[in-house]
Design a protein around this ligand. Structure first.
Ligand SMILES: [Zn+2]
Length: 1020
């Protein structure tokens, strides 16, 4: 059951990631902390109960079921549209961050990417909103907290969330019009899907090439060999129907799709009879139903969509395959193979069986106590689990995958036999009760831990299950499944062992995939694309060539045209309050002076703990090791607990103990506070146990197990190396910012490409002892209460008891506390900003670019105007880099009190993109924007400024960066009061006239840049 993934939050990373093509995968959302909300009784639940009784007809919808789900504090109503059969689920909850999602079952039978291109194209303009890309334009006319569209293997969903009721209606109207009445023009198809176009659209003699947003997006997706591997695994395990093809589109198959086929696919799949609509939150269900019925659904009649996915025919023999991928220059040359075995399990609509299997799979692979961790990772058969490892409930028949990446070719047989042996051993021995308890505890805690994106998570996690006609209300009854599982285990102590036998040991439907690197892999891909291009060109008539030339020009004209978008609904900045609702915080000193912040919140009896350890006392030469120490701190064991016992205890009592680097630029200057941050949460009754685990980490860390350390180094290095292709634009921005400020420099050292490279080198070294010794030295200097400060969020009735428990914890720590005011920050005068342009050469088919400036501190009078300036440029950059340039994404990120950075993502261009950054700046400097643009930019900024914050994180803005409510209120007003003149002035002072800038290009060898003396080239 996919729902488990949502509940497990911190464990979600261990579960298989799914093949999902997101429209907006690089929308930068900055963390923000605003506004406490009082708890109220279940008003939304009672309201919906008074409106919807089973059997009643409401605006053309019949109420099928109403259920209170007490474990999630919500009331769920399932309805069906009488005329069309459209399905509807409303989840009433006292939660202002309301969600809307409409989805369709989209089951392609080829790899042209038709559902994915359709997902892009429907958002390009519709009957009521006939403007270019209304979806993107609404990003600037709304206070949405989430807006996206995603194509899965067998469904396409369009979700958004917002806290503002008027905004909800606006966005719902745009989304519904997009999916039911899209324009689907040929130009939109060519722009978003694929087209042949001259490299210079105005020059008939320039060479023709393939262009298109999805075409480039998918080239980028498959440049990541992890995606390639996951895609092939799914295709191989479920070959008979829609899962046997690539729903996102295989680059060389995309040009087989015609505009007419796209329109047919829409007509067939985007019908109300094939639709599922989801709403969530405290808004009025009746108003939603009325709007949807009157404007759309009542104009349709019922059809039989025939989009069902058949049950996969079971195999009588296991299958295997081998594929190639590109060479990864960041991994050891002889250990770049991947291997995985996938098992077909059961029908996704069998709720209890899927629940059991997801728990079982977690027992098999989750954490250092799991059998597969011991049998595959610890013997170092590979660097880490392969992509897709874990339980997957995203297809009609669910599956489990176990595998490794970063392996040597000659180890394949050993690995396969280790997998068999592990299942066999687990079947014979079962699992210790405490591990089962730990997984069940994680579920219980997940139900209580509230996050502001719970509704969006619910929409996305229900989608694959509901899409296969499972009853979504039944799947919400988690406690029923938990009770049933407990009973099954009581009745049959070998319950899990029997399942292992049935689904793994005896299962003939299993698929083994191996993947090995091939030096000319990229070359061959390029050649196949060139070959396809040649054959297309050869088949062109003169008339066809004329059409291509004209189409190219028309597209640019359309992209450049200034259009009237007043038909789109919008919010106004007048809707935004100038006041900030204060967050009640009390500050005290405990245990001889440790600064403690307490924030009483309706946390549902969950206790949240945060601590920052100042790292200013760390000597310079140990500084680069801080992020590695963070990564291993809670994974090595502490006190009497070895690493396995420690993990067991953490899983049994907490939601996981996490450690990360803390970096904060001063609010008034460029000095930097750096440190290490601890975060964890637990059920209130486990607070003493959770604090005692932290006490062990701080007082009695075990850093002597070199074997354990070596396992962790390999895993971290593999994860870091994989992340470059996934978030290349983030790395490009960090690298670009490194020369511009001290903050940028440290951030690059701690989490940029330099860290990735250091980890790769470390993973390649035989002797890890010197590093471990240095880490011990670092831990000795850092850990203790000398430079510690703590924040805790707890329910009001537990505040006093929690403070007492905190005091016991702090008293047990070594060191003498120093007042926070005296914690020094690093003086920025130790750093000389300079201009630097670096090209990091990687064997990728696309580029990632970044260009950065230092920005201003948070309390600087220009901080607000700079944020508005950044947001103002976003639509311009989107048009230049994505629509015209064919990149998957591009934009600018202005951190509040931090660097300014332009970026592009999966970009076929390099130099031209840097020119586009400059043009965006000129556009601002010349004042070519309108007052309306400024208004929209402010709305856009407030989406992040006022993003909802869960009860466990309220008050963190002050704790981490010393931004009080009044400083925050001032910053918000600074943004609201920004006018056009301010924007032009700050763009001139802090961007155009800045003498220092950094630039970075991550991508393949580049002739233009290699010959440019201003650039430094680094080979990877
Ligand atoms: Zn896409």
């Amino acid at each position: 059951m996919a729902l488990l993934e949502l509940l497990k939050g911190t464990l979600a990373r261990r579960l298989a990631s799914r093949l999902l093509y997101r429209r907006q995968s690089c929308r930068t959302k900055l963390p923000s902390y605003n506004g406490a909300r009082a708890s109220h009784s279940s008003a939304a639940g009672s309201a919906v109960r008074s409106q919807a009784s089973v059997g009643a007809e409401l605006s053309g919808f019949k109420v099928m079921e109403v259920h209170d789900i007490s474990e999630m504090q919500l009331t769920a109503v399932r309805l069906q549209h009488v005329l069309t059969g459209a399905q509807y689920l409303h989840v009433a909850k006292d939660e202002p961050n309301n969600v809307f999602c409409i989805g369709f079952r989209t089951t392609p039978l080829d790899s042209t990417g038709v559902p994915h291109i359709l997902e892009h194209t429907v958002l390009c303009g519709s009957n009521k909103y006939p403007v270019r890309d209304p979806f993107f334009k609404m990003l600037n006319r709304s206070l949405s907290t989430f807006m996206n569209a995603m194509t899965g293997s067998d469904y396409t969903i369009y979700p958004f969330s917002t806290q503002n009721p008027a905004d909800f209606r606006n966005l719902m109207s745009v989304y519904l019009d997009a999916v039911f009445k899209p324009n689907l023009s040929e130009l939109d198809f060519c722009q978003e899907g694929w087209r042949l176009e001259h490299s210079d659209v105005n020059d008939r003699n320039s060479p023709l090439e393939f262009k298109g947003v999805v075409f480039n997006e998918m080239k980028g997706v498959f440049a990541d060999s992890q995606n390639l591997f996951m895609q092939k695994l799914q295709n191989g395990l479920l070959p008979s129907h829609t899962y046997g093809v690539v729903s996102g589109g295989y680059p060389l198959d995309i040009p087989k799709l015609s505009w007419a086929q796209l329109k047919r696919f829409h007509k067939h799949h985007y019908h109300p009879s094939n639709a599922r609509i989801f709403t969530y939150g405290d808004q009025n269900l009746l108003e939603h139903l009325e709007f949807i019925n009157e404007n759309y659904l009542q104009h349709y009649s019922k059809v039989e969509p025939h989009t069902e996915v058949p049950d996969e025919p079971r195999w009588s023999m296991p299958q295997a395959d081998h594929i190639h991928c590109g060479v990864d220059s960041l991994a050891a040359a002889d250990a770049q193979n991947s291997i995985a075995v996938s098992y077909l399990l059961t029908d996704v609509t069998d709720i209890f069986e899927c629940f059991v299997l997801s728990v079982l799979c977690e027992l098999l692979i989750g954490g250092p106590n799991a059998p597969f961790y011991k049998s595959l990772l610890e013997p170092k058969f590979g660097s880490s689990f392969s992509p897709a490892t874990g339980y997957s409930g995203h297809t009609r028949n669910t599956s489990f995958t176990i595998g490794l990446q970063g392996t040597k070719y000659e180890l394949q047989e050993d690995i396969l036999s280790a997998i068999e042996t592990t299942f066999d051993k687990a079947r014979k021995e079962g699992f210790p009760q405490e591990r089962i308890d730990a997984v069940l505890h994680t579920i219980e805690l997940g139900l209580k831990h509230q996050t502001p994106n719970f509704g969006i998570g619910l929409a996305m996690n229900l989608a694959p299950f509901w899409n296969q006609d499972g009853n979504p209300i039944e799947s919400l009854k988690v406690n029923e499944s938990v009770d049933k599982l407990k009973k099954s285990l009581k009745d049959n102590p070998k319950f899990f062992q029997d399942k292992i036998n049935q689904y793994f040991v005896k299962n003939k439907h299993k698929y083994t995939l191996t993947m090995s690197p091939k030096p000319d892999f990229e070359e061959l891909l390029k050649e196949s694309e060139a070959e396809l291009l040649r054959s297309r060109i050869n088949n062109l008539t003169e008339e066809g060539k004329d059409k291509i030339f004209e189409l190219g020009k028309t597209l640019v004209e359309k992209q450049n045209a200034v259009e009237d978008i007043s038909c789109l609904p919008t919010l106004e900045t007048a809707n935004i309050s100038r006041k900030v609702e204060p967050i009640p915080i009390s500050e005290l000193l405990l245990s001889d002076g440790v600064p403690v912040q307490i924030c009483s919140q309706p946390t549902n009896d969950v206790a949240y703990f945060h601590a920052v350890l100042d790292a200013q006392c760390v000597p310079q030469e140990l500084m680069p090791l801080v992020p590695l120490l963070c990564d291993i701190l809670t994974k090595m064991g502490a006190g009497e607990l070895d690493f396995r016992q420690f993990d067991q205890e953490a899983e049994l009592r907490t939601g996981g103990l996490s450690v990360g680097a803390h970096l904060q630029q001063d609010l008034q200057n460029y000095n930097v506070e750096k440190g290490v941050m601890f975060s964890s949460y637990c059920l209130q009754q486990n607070l003493p146990k959770m604090l005692s685990l932290w006490e062990k980490v701080i007082n009695e860390l075990n850093l002597y197990n070199i074997d354990r350390f070596s396992t962790l180094v390999k895993i971290i290095a593999a994860e870091e190396s994989n992340s470059v292709v996934q978030k290349g634009h983030g790395f490009a921005m960090q690298s670009a910012a490194a020369s511009t400020s001290m903050y940028g420099a440290i951030r690059e050292q701690w989490s940029g490409l330099s860290f990735v490279t250091r980890m790769k080198d470390l993973a390649d070294t035989d002797n890890l002892k010197p590093t471990l010794l240095k880490l011990s030295e670092l831990a000795f200097i850092l850990l203790g209460k000398k430079n510690l400060r703590v924040a805790m969020n707890v329910s009001p009735q537990h505040t006093d008891a929690s403070i007492k428990e905190l005091e016991v914890f702090l008293n047990s720590l070594e060191g003498t506390p120093t007042p926070y005011e005296t914690h020094p920050t690093i003086d920025s005068s130790q750093f000389t900003p300079h201009t630097q342009r670096t090209h990091h050469v990687f064997p990728f088919p696309v580029n990632y670019t970044g260009q950065a400036l230092a920005g201003v501190p948070y309390r600087h009078a220009d901080a607000g105007p700079l944020r508005v300036m950044g947001r103002l440029m976003v639509p311009y950059l989107h048009r230049e880099i994505r629509e015209k340039g064919g990149a998957y994404g591009g934009g600018i990120s202005v951190s509040p009190g931090g660097p300014i950075a332009f970026y592009s993502y999966r970009d076929p261009n390099s130099r031209q993109t840097f020119d586009a950054f400059r043009r965006a700046l000129d556009w601002v400097l010349n004042g070519e924007f309108t007052e309306r643009n400024v208004e929209e930019a402010k709305l856009g900024v407030f989406q992040s400024v006022d993003a909802p914050v869960g009860p466990g994180s309220r008050g963190m803005r002050y704790f981490l960066s010393r931004v009080t409510d009044s400083i925050f209120e001032h910053h918000r007003q600074n943004i609201l009061d920004t006018d056009s003149q301010d924007i032009i002035r700050v763009a001139r002072t802090h961007v155009a006239d800045s003498l220092i800038e950094g630039a970075c290009l991550i991508g393949p060898p580049n002739e233009e840049i290699v010959n440019d003396p201003l650039w430094t080239t680094v080979q990877h």
